[in-house]
Every structure is written in structure tokens, then in C-alpha cells.
Design a protein around this ligand. Structure first.
Ligand code: FAD
Ligand code: SIN
Length: 539
């Protein structure tokens, strides 16, 4: 049975961004966190390497700022980079106060090194940092009396003037968010959640690619919902492919978030001295960049892709066996155990690796306080495009960004909540004319097809003809799925597919608009960066 709820703050997502915001506002109002699976299931929970932050004596804000700008290939917003880097250490200390236990050496935080960083500055909990962050935040949430967590609740759409029967388009300056329609899986009903302030913290979209390090939840729902609500979306062409996910010829999924994902081998392993080789034993990274294995991710992923294509091989090798078994166990126990399960002893031999889609650098455009272009709607974490990452995210800057901007949203969100009322004229969800589907298999076929199209034509190396082909295929999928959606009763699987198609469209269109190669966006037919294209792409 459908219900109506009223909360001061509605938070969509229970990863680091959502939980951080929820905790920070909960003393001043009621909070609903809705999350589509179990509360811990999020990209956050799988983060390995850690959080970048200037905490070492030899480090400086200036160096972290410069490293971030360099990785971002000319598209970072300098003001946002400075804010993030300067406010980052305070946010990390706050996590420690909340109980997050990060790795230490001789009583002080151990700082790891990752690609693109000029110094060791990654705070981590061995090689399972995200799990520790998620644990600490969920524990704090659990004991807070003003926070209700709704698991297996799926946000279908943000509520705006459109749902009041008004005409809304992207040119209208005064669109507002009044909450969200939320599908409750257990009750099989769509509830209306009214909120004074809505925080979109629904994570990224890398599951639109066939090979990804992300869990199944990463279907880009937030970007798709915000797009439908007419929010501004930026930089979607910049999809980050992580260079090193474990290659398994059969049985992807061992140790990974789910059976269709690839297990990540953290960049910290390269930071610890691991090297990349071809199958015939050639160490190839120095041929591409003087920083070799520690070059930023776009460069390493493209170099691997190039080697695989030249040689017609399916994987390259990552070798850390020069380090002692004790050292490997101390720093990478989770990775060592997982590789062992797959038959590779990383203390003795190299492991096969391939790149996989990992991170969405673009998203819902936000300002320095996480405000979107839609009134009452904030966004933080991977769903947002703050301007920090530009054309390529520096390793371990993502958890940092979520911590900083979920905190920066608090003041304006409290101010807004204090003067805004619930819009009680919002109607209930209208499900007339829909029926239960008979052809469920079509949803999974379409999902597979879309992920293949994205992997084959919108991957590490793109070109005009490939993007055109991808757009044609995606349009066809869009038509089929819209037709199915309009006559079918709601389900999260179908909504996810619809959102994945919307996100694929945004990635392809943004990629087509950028007639140059920059950062993560490499176009075979425009191989150079072009000065006049040096601006964010906006949809
Ligand atoms: P998430 O943590 O993904 O949380 C999103 C939440 O939204 C989930 O709870 C999800 O269920 C919910 N949700 C989504 N859609 C809906 C919907 N429609 N309705 C209701 N709920 C919804 N970054 C780093 O900085 N350092 C690292 O070491 C690092 N390692 C990584 C390793 C892996 C394997 C992966 C996959 C990512 C890694 N990243 C790392 C990236 C980083 O983990 C993510 O960018 C970050 O955790 C995103 O946090 P978030 O809160 O924005 O989203
Ligand atoms: C990793 O551990 O390699 C992931 C780090 C990140 O995505 O920032």
C-alpha cells in the first residue's frame, strides 16, 4: 500500500556522501535515507586504496593541488580543487573521531602512494578502506534517533513542478525539487517522500559498461533522475577506466562486488612498486610516460589498451613479487587472499590484469556548496560534478570529494530547510494503465546489449563512427524500453535499465560534442587536445 512520508531531509544513497550529509544535519531535523539494496551496498564499501589528504610533514596543499590539476588535464575548476585539498584533512580527522581505524606505522598514520601523486598521501585501512569508512559511518547513523534508514527502497524520480502538471524545461530557471517517488520492493508500492531538502548521493554509473569494478548498484540512477528533472549535467564523457582489474578467462566476479564485475587490484599495489609487463616479459610503461607505472590512470589504461591491441592479447601482467610476503600481507591482505582464491600467489608470481570502467568523473553539476541547478536539490559524491576532477580524476580524490562537499552542503541545506514547507499538493504516483510484465527476459537482454555497446564503442579509445554506431543502437534500446516502461508496473530492474540508457545517451552525446582528446576522453580521429575545446561539456 502506497504511503506518504514527510521529512526535513531526504537522502538518496547510503555511501560515504549520503551518510556524511545525513549525520551532519540530523541534529537539526528529521532525516530519511533511502537506499536500493542493503545499507552497506555501495561503491564506497569496495574502495581499496584510500583517501588522499595532506597529512604528512613533507607534503603541502600546493603539491596536492598541482597533482590534481595536472591529472585533470586543464578542465579542473581551480577554486574547487583548492577548497577540496584545504578542507580534506579536517574531514579525514573527523572520520577518525567517528571511529574509522586507518592503518598506522609506529603510531602515526601510514600514507600510501598512488599514480599521479608526487608524494605518499593516501590514508587507508590496509586495502579495504571503503569497508572501514562505511562501517564507521553506519555505526554512527544507527545510534542517531532522527535518522530512519529505508533499505530496498528505490528512488524512481525526483518530484518537481512537472508532477504538479506544469510545463518544465531546461530553460525554466525556477524548477524545484519537493522530494522523490520511491519504490518499496517489499510492499510493491510507490511511496511519496516529501522533503524540504533532497540530497542526491546515489553514486556513479560504471555498471553501464560490460567490464567494471563497480557493484551492480552503479547504474547512474541519480544522473538520470536529475536529467529528467532538468538539472544541468556536465562532463559525462570522462569515464575513468581503472588500469588493473583482475583478468579471469572464465568466472569474472570472484572477489568482486558481484558475478558480473571485475575484482580491482588497487593502484596502491603499483604505488608499492609493482610493475606492468607484457606476456613476453617487456616492461612497457616507461615507453609511454617517464612516470611509468605511476603515471595518472588515463595514461596507464591507454598504454595497456594499446599493448593488448598491438599484440592481440587479452591481458598484461602485474608483478609485485619483488616485495616480501610479510610486506604484501601487511598492506594488501584482501587482494592477496582474493588472487590466491583465483589461483595466483602474488607473493611469488605476476597476475593477469585488464582495464575496467571504474569511475564517472562528470555528473550533476554543483556549486561550491553542492547545490544543483534545481532548487532544494543538492548532490554530492560520485553523482556530482563539482569541477574537482576535470578530465581525469586523481586517484583517491573521490572519497575526499564526497567528504568535503557533503559537509559544505550542510549550512545552506539547514538554511533552506528552515524556510521551506512541504509541498502537500504533490499527487501520489500514478500507475494507471500499467500491468505486470510477461517478458522479463527482455529487460536482462537489453541490459546486456547496452553494456556491450558501451564497452565496444564508447570505451578507452573512441572515434566518430564508433560513437555514431553506439548512439544508433542506444536510441533503438531507448524506444523499446520506453514502450515497455509505459505499459508495465514499476520494478527496480526496469527503472535501472531505463536510467542506464539515459546515462549511456549522455556519455555518447557528450563524447560526440568534444572534438579533441583530453584526459580520459581519447578520440582516434582527434588525437590532440584543442585549446578552444578546453571547457566543461554541459547538457
Ligand atoms: P556510493 O558509495 O556508490 O553510494 C551510492 C548509494 O546510492 C548506494 O547506497 C546505492 O544503493 C544508492 N542508490 C543508487 N541509486 C539509488 C536509487 N535509485 N534509489 C535508492 N538508492 C540508490 N575512491 C577513492 O577515493 N579511493 C579509493 O580507494 C577508491 N577505490 C575504489 C575501489 C572500487 C572497487 C570502486 C568501485 C570504487 C573506488 N573508488 C575509490 C571510488 C569511490 O569508492 C566512489 O566514488 C565513492 O565511494 C562514491 O561514494 P558515493 O557515496 O557517492 O556513492
Ligand atoms: C584503487 O585503490 O586503485 C582505487 C583508488 C581510486 O579509485 O581512487
Amino acid at each position: 500500500m502506497a504511503q506518504r512520508f514527510e521529512y526535513d531531509f531526504l537522502v538518496i544513497g547510503s555511501g560515504v556522501a549520503g551518510l556524511t550529509f545525513a549525520l551532519a544535519v540530523a541534529d537539526r531535523g528529521s532525516v530519511a535515507i533511502i537506499t536500493k539494496k542493503e545499507r552497506a551496498e555501495s561503491n564506497t564499501n569496495y574502495a581499496q586504496g584510500g583517501i588522499a589528504g595532506v597529512l604528512g610533514e613533507e607534503d603541502s596543499f600546493q603539491d596536492h593541488i598541482e597533482d590534481t590539476l595536472r591529472a585533470g588535464a586543464g578542465l579542473c575548476n581551480r577554486e574547487i580543487v583548492e577548497i577540496t585539498v584545504r578542507e580534506g584533512p579536517g574531514r579525514i580527522r573527523h572520520l577518525i573521531e567517528l571511529g574509522a581505524a586507518f592503518s598506522k606505522k609506529n603510531g602515526v598514520l601510514h600514507l600510501g602512494l598512488e599514480g599521479g601523486h608526487s608524494i605518499s598521501r593516501i590514508v587507508h585501512a590496509q586495502d579495504a578502506t571503503g569497508r572501514e569508512i562505511e562501517r564507521a559511518l553506519l555505526e554512527a547513523i544507527h545510534t542517531h534517533p532522527s535518522i530512519d534508514v529505508f533499505e530496498f527502497h528505490y528512488a524512481v524520480d525526483l518530484i518537481t513542478e512537472h508532477h504538479l502538471g506544469q510545463f518544465v524545461n531546461r530553460r525554466r530557471p525556477d524548477v524545484h525539487c519537493f522530494g522523490a517517488y520511491v519504490y518499496d520492493e517489499q510492499a510493491d508500492a510507490v511511496h511519496t517522500f516529501l522533503a524540504r531538502v533532497t540530497m542526491l548521493a546515489s553514486g556513479g554509473s560504471s555498471a553501464v559498461y560490460l567490464h567494471t569494478t563497480n557493484p551492480r548498484i552503479a547504474t547512474g540512477d541519480g544522473v538520470a533522475m536529475a536529467y529528467r528533472a532538468k538539472a544541468r549535467i556536465a562532463n559525462m564523457e570522462f569515464v575513468q577506466f581503472h588500469p588493473t582489474s583482475l583478468y579471469l578467462s572464465d568466472g569474472q566476479g570472484i572477489g568482486a562486488p558481484n558475478d558480473s564485475a571485475s575484482f580491482l587490484i588497487s593502484e596502491a599495489v603499483r604505488g608499492h612498486g609493482a610493475r606492468l609487463y607484457t606476456q613476453s616479459g617487456h616492461r612497457f610503461m616507461p615507453d609511454y610516460d617517464p612516470r611509468a607505472e605511476l603515471a595518472p590512470r588515463d595514461i596507464v589504461a591507454r598504454a595497456i589498451d594499446d599493448q593488448l591491441k598491438r599484440r592481440g592479447e587479452e591481458y598484461v601482467l602485474l608483478d609485485i613479487s619483488h616485495a616480501s610476503a610479510t610486506e604484501i600481507e601487511e598492506h594488501f591482505p584482501f587482494i592477496r587472499r582474493t588472487c590466491m582464491k583465483c589461483g595466483f600467489d602474488i607473493t611469488k608470481e605476476p597476475v593477469p590484469v585488464v582495464p575496467a570502467a571504474h569511475y564517472q568523473c562528470g555528473g550533476v553539476q554543483t556549486d561550491r556548496h553542492a547545490r544543483t541547478s534545481v532548487g532544494g536539490l543538492f548532490a554530492s559524491g560520485e553523482v556530482a560534478c563539482t569541477g574537482l576532477h576535470g578530465a581525469n580524476r586523481l586517484a583517491s580524490n573521490s572519497l575526499l570529494e564526497a567528504l568535503v562537499f557533503s559537509k559544505r552542503a550542510v549550512e545552506p541545506a539547514l538554511d533552506l530547510a528552515a524556510c521551506r514547507r512541504w509541498n502537500r499538493s504533490v499527487p501520489d504516483w500514478d500507475a494507471t494503465g500499467t500491468e505486470s510484465p510477461h517478458e522479463w527476459v527482455l529487460v536482462s537482454h537489453n541490459r546486456d546489449e547496452l553494456r556491450r555497446v558501451m564497452w565496444n564503442y564508447v570505451g578507452i579509445v573512441r572515434s566518430g563512427p564508433r560513437l555514431k554506431r553506439a548512439l544508433r543502437r542506444t536510441k533503438l534500446l531507448y524506444e523499446e524500453v520506453e514502450e515497455f516502461y509505459n505499459r508495465t508496473s514499476i520494478s527496480s530492474g526496469l527503472c535501472e535499465l531505463r536510467n542506464m540508457i539515459a546515462v549511456a545517451y549522455l556519455i555518447i552525446r557528450s563524447a560526440q560534442m568534444r572534438r579533441e582528446s583530453r584526459g580520459l576522453h581519447y578520440m582516434a580521429d582527434y588525437p590532440e587536445a584543442v585549446e578552444s575545446e578546453k571547457r566543461p561539456s554541459l547538457i
